[in-house]
Design a protein. Structure first.
Length: 135
């Protein structure tokens, strides 16, 4: 399937899950996730200046503010591989149906919407980050 074949609610839920995975693995991540693009390792020819995520066969490398954070969990790598089958590469990880990047406010609303639905409490990205970092 591609993102145009998935209904709006299901696409939002999928993006919530994708964002939550990174948020749990990297608790210091803020709403900057809204503007991160994903690339295949082979596509990186020259140094990129913006924050981005590079997917290889064995890991995810998140380039944020001059730092590199490696995620070597193969189950997460496989989830992101399946996700890129839907959205493609050289795309924003979190996006609206028309392909534009989800805003920082949009990401916060996404968290609030699904945490309210499944946890009966609206939790923003900032509160979630604090909860995760305390564990």
């Amino acid at each position: 399937q591609n993102k145009n074949e998935i209904c709006g609610y299901d696409f939002q839920l999928l993006q919530f899950y994708i964002a939550l995975i990174l948020q749990i693995k990297i608790p210091t991540l803020r709403n900057d996730l809204a503007f991160i693009k994903i690339y295949k390792q082979k596509e990186i020819i020259e140094e990129l200046t913006e924050n981005h995520l590079v997917l290889s066969s064995k890991n995810l490398a998140l380039f944020m503010n001059g730092e590199v954070i490696l995620i070597n969990d193969i189950s997460i790598v496989n989830i992101y591989k399946k996700y890129t089958n839907i959205i493609g590469y050289d795309e924003y990880i979190l996006q609206n149906k028309n392909g534009t990047p989800l805003s920082k406010n949009g990401l916060s609303q996404l968290y609030s919407k699904f945490t309210l639905k499944y946890l009966n409490k609206s939790i923003s990205t900032n509160v979630l980050r604090k909860i995760i970092s305390q564990k």
